[in-house]
Design a protein. Structure first.
Length: 287
């Protein structure tokens, strides 16, 4: 009987927890191997991607005559097989984790195909019975695979407990990713004479949402505002030759819903990092 996996939490003892979880997988699921049918499925999915890779990096148009043409010591066919095998192992690892968590009833590719068959049969019966069927009336293996993998990943990410202190730390260390998007800038744009005396002043309120309109109406002031901290000033000369001084009056970082959105994104990134580590370690044990 397989041991129940404990989803990793990002806590003080995360490293210990991670070690324990992976140990459970390695002892419970060693011996899994990728089947030829499974490998061919992934090769078919990745074939166009490999073609694009060789054309973009080597100018080689991969077709029936060039799949066996060696480039940098490896043929496109060999490289495709290598990439597909790696992806097969990663996806199988995700199947195993999802199965241990009770999200799916199978942990291998054959089980997936049986689930696809049952799903399509269920949809056909519902259609014949006059019931409403949402989405596709019938899935291809590729379509159902994308559907299942997305559902699995989303649910596993939801179950990973990310500590609030880790979220705050991530946001503090990666402010450039988000802070400008939820910051409102309050600036003063003054026209001054050659002696620095103010002739006229306009106040602006800039936000990330207003950027495109700001650039059209007052481009120099908008660009200058991006570089200033509160109390700082910068000068520019407009198209009519007038000298302007832009001063940052205030900066306010939004709270509430806007900040919560970035908290959620940070939480998902941290959870994904945990899941990817778990999947990668398990994939190494699959032949």
């Amino acid at each position: 009987m397989k041991k129940k996996i404990v989803i990793i939490s990002i806590l003080t003892f995360a490293c210990i927890a991670c070690f324990c979880v992976i140990a459970v997988y390695l002892s419970s699921n060693a011996g899994y191997r990728i089947t030829k049918k499974e490998l061919e499925f992934h090769k078919n999915i990745m074939r166009n991607e490999i073609r694009n890779y060789y054309y973009a990096n080597f100018g080689l148009e991969v077709d029936s005559e060039t799949w066996d043409k060696e480039v940098n010591g490896i043929t496109p066919e060999e490289y495709l097989t290598e990439c597909a095998l790696n992806q097969s192992r990663l996806d199988r690892a995700l199947f195993i984790i999802a199965h241990e968590e009770g999200l799916i009833e199978y942990d291998d590719y054959d089980g997936f195909l049986n689930a696809l068959k049952r799903e399509n049969e269920s949809r056909r019966k519902d259609i014949l019975a006059g019931k409403v069927v949402y989405g596709l009336t019938e899935f291809t293996p590729e379509e159902y695979y994308k559907h299942v993998m997305a559902d699995i990943e989303n649910e596993l990410l939801r179950r990973i407990n990310v500590d609030e202190t880790e979220v705050k730390k991530y946001l503090d260390e990666n402010k450039e990713e988000w802070v400008n998007n939820i910051t409102t800038l309050y600036i003063s744009d003054a026209i001054v004479d050659e002696n620095g005396a103010v002739k006229s002043t306009k106040d602006y309120v800039f936000s990330n949402d207003s950027y495109s309109e700001d650039i059209k109406k007052c481009p120099e002031a908008r660009i200058a505002a991006e570089k200033l901290e509160v109390g700082e000033s910068q000068s520019y000369t407009d198209e009519n030759g007038y000298l302007h001084t832009v001063t940052m009056l205030d900066k306010q970082i939004a709270s509430g819903d806007m900040y919560a959105e970035y908290e959620q994104r940070a939480r998902k990134k941290l959870a994904l990092k945990v899941l990817e580590s778990q999947v990668t370690d398990l994939a190494k044990t699959i032949g």
